[in-house]
Structure formats: C-alpha cells, structure tokens
Design a protein around this ligand. Structure first.
Ligand code: ATP
Ligand code: MG
Length: 705
C-alpha cells in the first residue's frame, strides 16, 4: 500500500510514499512549529491503515493525540479524506505507556531483560558496551569524565563475566548484587576502594524512591508484548510518553532501552517485511554529533544500519538540526525538510541538500525559509534530482497536546477501540493479588465480607492517596477493623502496599501512586522558616535576572505560585575519621525524589548522589527553627510523596554510612516560590524557583516537580 501523505501544493497532485520506503527510514527536520509532528502523525496513521504496528516516543504529549478522534473544528481547518479517517479508526488501538508513573499504562525499564544472544563476539562487545554505558548514565555517572568512564568499564567487566559464566543478572537489583561481590582482578585495578563503594551504592539506589519507580513500577517495557496486546483485527499504537520523566538522563535511558529491546526483538525473529514502525519525536540530544556518544545514539545507529533487513522502519524528527549526527542517520532514504529560518540552521543543512539534490541545491535552499507550517520538501538519495514539495494532508486525529491526567481516558474511552490490555494487565494483576490477600485474611478470621473487598481497599490508596492504617480505612468503609488489620498486612505482603511505622502504629501506602502528606499520617508536620516571603523572594529573582540582563535584556515576572516541598528530617551520627568518636548531624531527604537537600555556602542544593563526606554538609535548618503543626491543616499545595520515612532512613544510611539515631524521621515542609518569567519580546515564559528558607534561585525545579 502506498502511504497517502498529502498533496503537492503547486500542482495539487497526491503525494504517496511506497510502504517499502519506510523500511529505509525517514528523517524530518524543521524549525519548531514547522509541522514535523503533523507529518510524522500522517505517516503513522498510514502505517496503521496498512496494518503495521507503531511505537512512538512522545516527549511533548502531542503524539498521544493519535488517540483523539477529529472534531468538526479540527477537520474544518485541515480537512482529511473520510476514507482515511474511517480506515484509521477501524483499526487503531491506543496505549499510552508512562515509564515510572501510573498516569497512563505504568511501565518500568529493565535494561537487563534479555541477555545478549549474538553469534559474533564483535556484536556482543558493541552491545555490552552500550548497555554498560546506559547503566552508568542511569546511575548518574558522566561517561566522558574519567571516574565515570572507569565505572562504566567496571560495569562492562561484570556484565561480560556474568554473561560468559551463564549467570546473567535478571535486573538492576541482581546487577547490584553482582557488583557487591569480589571484583575480578581486572575490575580490582579499575576502581579504588572508595569508588567501588560508591558504584555499589549508586547501583542500589537505582531502585529507591522516585528514581526507583522507573525500574520497578509496572511490567518492563517489552516490544514483543507491545505488538501483541491489541484485539484481533486491530493495530496497536503504542505511545511511550517521556515528558513526565525527571531529567534527560532518564529520557536517554528510556529511549536507549527501548531501542535495545527493538534490536533484540527484531534480531531474534528475523523477517524482511515491514512489521513495525518506530518513531522518535525530538531526537536531538539523543543523537548528537561526534564525539558525544550517549547510549541512545549507539542503539539508534545500530538500528539505522540494520533495522531495514529485519522489517523495522524508523522515523526521527528534530528542530535542532545542528545537534544531530548525520553520519548515524546516514542510512535514511527519505528526508523531509520543513521550514527553517535561522542562518546557522540553513548552513547546517546546506551540505545535506547538496548531497541529496546535487543538481540544483540552491533552488531547494531558497525555498526552505518560505515553507508554511505543514509544508515540506522531500528529498531522497535514491531519487537524485527529484525534490518533491509536500503539503501534509488533514489528519485522521486531532493534533493537540494531551494532558497527562487525560491519558487513561484517551486509552480507554474510545468506543471504537477496545481498552488496551496493557493497562488491564496492571489492573488485572492488582485485582488478582488483592483478591488473594482478601481471601487469606478472610480465612484466618472467618469474617463475612464481600468478594471484591481487597481490590476496593487497594483502590482507596490509589484514588485518595495517603498513608493510612486500618483505622482510617475503617472510617472510610465501615468494614470490620480486625479484618482490615489483617487485610492491609496481606496487601503489603503481596507488595501492593508498603508498610511504615509512623506515630506509633503500622500504616500503609501504594508505592506506584505515592501519598499525600495531608491525608492519614503523619499527624504533624514541621515547617522550615519562611525567611523569604513574597517581597524578599521577588527581590531575589529580580537580582538574578539583572545579572543576566546583558544576555537576555527584556524579561519580566508574570506569575507566582507558592507550595511546599516535603522533606524527611533524619537525625544521624557520623564517625569522626581516624580519631574516632561520632558527631551528630541531620539530613533532609526529599520525600518526592529521595534526593538529599542541603546547603552549600548558604545556598540550597539537591544531590542524588552525595559528593562529599556527610560531615561536611551544612544542614538546611536547625531543629530549633522548625515550627510544628497538624499536617491535615496545611492549606498550600504539596506534591505527592514517593519516598516513605523508612526509605529516607535507608538513603541516609547508605549515602553516608551513617548510624541513624531514630527510625522515625520528621516530616518537614520547605516553602517554595515558583515564578514565571516572561520575555517581553516573544512572550515566551520560563519558570524560576526560589526557596523560602535560604532564598536560593533554582533554575531547574527540584526533581519530581
Ligand atoms: N495537516 C495539518 N494538520 C494539523 N495541523 C497542521 C496541519 N498542517 C499544518 N498544521 C499546523 O502546524 C502546526 C505545528 O505543527 P507541529 O506540532 O507538527 O509542529 P512541530 O514542527 O512538531 O513543532 P515542535 O518542534 O514545536 O514540536 C500546527 O499547530 C498546525 O497549526
Ligand atoms: Mg513536534
């Protein structure tokens, strides 16, 4: 089937791309707003109509609109032929995967899911190397630094030994156990004792807190299952949403792991026919020019070189044409150039155009700045001299950004689409485990309770997230307290809930959802002093902007918000070096991300991996300066916590080798201001954060916000 992409705006003739051309990959370049995602969606819709499954990596939330039927208004603006709309909706089944969160279908990453299976040792070396690098990146190492690159090598050696010995670690936890064992003699020489301890700590902390959710929440992303869940006759459209991830390291890791799995899947079941289209929106940063070599780039270039003979078509798009390794994408056969205005962007693509269209590159170059949104020039090294102009057809779907909160609705609300089993699989698993837990609780008590009670209780932790003991659940449901006491314990044994000991009793929360600190326990929360109320905080931001004035002249503050960042205050004792003795310290651990918050020269700083001895950390605030009050009465917004008190204690213990004085950390709230800074030139806004205690201007939000 030829893919109907649109028309030539000059002649009105239809532009179609032979399906086989997808096998030889497509690269879409153009400034922001030039219509790259629109073009990609048109191609993906056509793939679905042709019965080819899709996996699309979405960093902005607009690809999720592949699950939204067009409205009258959207069709009026960009009309789509009715047969295309009908064809798409009679086949598409949508699933939105949200790694590390349950906003859509919760999904986790397991880069170690499949041991390498290669004939040639050269392929295996390449693969293990890329894998070691992405794991090192995930642990927060910078591979271009000496320490980072040696840590990567140490991981490589451990993986290689394990693979050769037939003891491949099944997941990140298993890897950290392997790392803990005595290193081989090569490994011994690579890292100092201290570096090795740090590597082990980082490996372990990969599964803790908000960061840990990426590796533990939901079933691992798995290409084979992504292609198999749709009901018969339907074509699965899998959106992998990366916009909710905490930073670019995580995003790189998700794309690298996904590409790794595509590679695995396709090589283990070879077939030459087109059977999967993989689209990566905004590929810049993932595939930068030499010498940068992030893990996603390694797997991507592997795919660009080999996917074709295994029946996988790749599409990538980017607005950042300078930050792209054209060599890695060199195998692509279709290049779509949309509008570019900046001189440096035009200069960057000049070479490309000259090689793809040697007969008259200048004519093409002159057209590029005048293209309208949704218009492209298609170039192909196979059709030298044939530059076709394309105006993308109206889409069979709306083209809008879908809010994360809507993902579940989009997945399941379409009457045309059966709810994807991927989401059902999570629910079904939870229901099954919850039912078994309820059965066990009932049999030990002989209580009269309804069938679905286990799942009903579990849902409370999801729908109104909080840290609740049986007492609170009794108040909400009226169920027998003795039964509930056993039920929640069973739910925790089935790992559906986490147990904590707070305010003198056992309480529970759902680790895939988190908890609102204003519901259930802890009953009291302390607030860090607000030394920078609005006026003082605004002054701080103004000073910060003035210092940047020379660079960006016209900015003003347009909006402000206030909220609290929840922290666990952990009291601990640290050994005092060689002289012996111990010294008391207190650490603040973010309940949202598990990072350690402390002061560096009087400024607030968050660290995922401590960079120095615990002794040398300044505390955020002394205990005497905290003010305690009932947590239920907090009026200002507080984000959901994902790190419980016991994990906070564990983080302090592991990060500093500290002896924690009490297993009951105190909940503390750090006041935070969020300002919107608007450029008076293009009206674009960017956020800036100021903490209310130390008055530090934070350019990036604390992790998890
Ligand atoms: N056929 C079409 N269907 C829908 N929108 C279209 C179409 N043709 C042009 N447009 C316009 O193109 C605009 C931008 O499209 P798109 O989101 O694809 O840009 P982009 O290049 O992906 O930008 P960014 O780099 O910011 O992601 C749309 O908002 C819409 O106004
Ligand atoms: Mg886009």
């Amino acid at each position: 089937m030829a893919l109907h992409l649109g028309v030539n705006p000059d002649t009105g003739e239809a532009i179609r791309l032979p399906e086989e051309d997808l096998l030889r990959h497509v690269v879409i370049l153009g400034a922001t707003g030039s219509g790259k995602t629109v073009l990609a969606k048109a191609i993906l819709e056509e793939a679905v109509r042709a019965g080819v499954p899709v996996i699309a990596v979405d960093s902005q939330g607009d690809l999720a609109s592949l699950g939204l039927a067009p409205t009258q208004d959207s069709v009026a603006l960009h009309p789509a032929p009715q047969d295309i709309v009908d064809g798409y909706w009679s086949r598409a089944a949508i699933s939105i995967f949200t790694p590390g969160s349950s906003k859509g279908s919760a999904a986790s990453l397991n880069p170690l899911k499949s041991p390498p299976a290669f004939d040639s040792s050269e392929d295996a070396v390449l693969y293990l190397d890329a894998l070691a690098e992405s794991l090192a990146g995930g642990m927060g190492y910078e591979p271009s630094h000496d320490g980072g690159s040696r840590a990567k090598d140490a991981i490589y050696l451990v993986l290689q030994d394990a693979w050769k010995a037939g003891r491949w670690p099944a997941d990140v936890q298993a890897l950290s156990r392997l790392l803990e064992r005595e290193p081989s003699s090569d490994g011994e020489r690579l890292l100092s004792k201290r570096e090795r301890a740090s590597l082990i700590r980082r490996a372990k902390s990969m599964t803790v807190g908000a960061k840990g959710l990426l590796f533990t929440a939901g079933a691992p992303l798995d290409v084979a299952s992504m292609l198999a869940w749709a009901p018969s006759g339907r074509v699965p459209v899998n959106i992998v949403y990366t916009g909710g991830l905490r930073n670019t390291t995580e995003r790189d890791l998700v794309v690298a792991t996904l590409c790794e799995d595509v590679y695995h899947w396709m090589t283990s079941q070879p077939s030459g026919d087109l059977r999967l289209v993989l689209y990566i929106d905004e590929v810049a940063g993932l595939c930068p020019p030499h010498p940068k070599n992030p893990p996603a780039k390694k797997f991507l270039s592997l795919l660009f070189r080999q996917a074709r003979k295994y029946g996988v078509g790749l599409i990538v798009a980017t607005q950042n044409v300078t930050d792209l390794d054209y060599k890695a994408l060199g195998q692509a056969n279709t290049w779509a150039l949309g509008r570019l205005l900046a001189k440096q962007d035009l200069d960057r693509v000049r070479h490309l155009v000259a090689s793809l269209h040697p007969s008259s590159p200048e004519t093409v170059m002159e057209e590029i700045p005048s293209l309208r949104p949704g218009q492209f020039i298609l170039l192909s090294p196979d059709h030298v001299g044939d530059a076709r102009r394309l105006e993308v057809r109206g889409l069979a779907t709306q083209h809008v950004v879908v809010a994360e909160e809507k993902f579940r609705e989009v997945q399941s609300s379409h009457a045309l689409v059966s709810p994807p089993e991927a989401e059902d699989a999570r629910t079904a698993r939870r229901r099954r485990l919850a039912t078994a837990a309820a059965k066990a609780a009932r049999s030990s008590l002989k209580a009269e309770v309804e069938e679905g009670v286990g799942f009903r209780v579990l849902k409370i932790y999801e729908d109104v997230p909080g840290m609740y003991g049986p007492e609170e659940i009794v108040a909400m449901t009226g169920l027998d307290p003795r039964f509930l006491t056993i039920l929640v314990r069973k739910l925790a044994e089935a790992r559906l809930l986490r147990v904590e000991h707070v305010d003198g009793r056992d309480v529970y929360w759902d680790p895939t959802v988190g908890f609102d600190l204003r519901r259930g326990v802890p009953e009291r929360a302390a607030t860090l002093p607000l030394r920078f109320p609005l006026v003082a905080a605004t002054k701080r931001v103004r000073e910060h902007l003035e210092r940047r004035m020379l660079v960006i002249p016209k900015e003003r503050l347009s909006r402000k918000e206030f909220y609290y960042l929840p922290l666990w205050r952990v009291e601990a004792e640290l050994p005092l070096g060689r002289k012996g003795g111990r010294v008391a310290r207190q650490f603040y651990v973010s309940a949202v991300s598990g990072e350690i918050a402390h002061a560096v020269n009087g400024s607030l700083s968050f660290e995922e991996f401590p960079r120095k001895d615990g002794i040398r950390y300044e505390s955020l605030a002394l205990k005497a300066h905290l003010e305690s009050g009932p947590s239920q009465k907090i009026g200002d917004p507080v984000p959901l916590a994902k790190v419980g008190p016991s994990q906070a204690v564990e983080i302090v213990r592991r990060s500093f080798g500290a002896k924690v004085s009490s297993d009951h950390p105190e909940l503390c709230l750090l006041p935070l201001w969020k300002f919107q800074v608007e450029s008076t030139e293009d009206r674009k806004t960017r956020p800036l954060w100021v903490d209310g205690t130390l008055g530090t201007v934070l350019r990036a939000p604390p992790e998890g916000l």
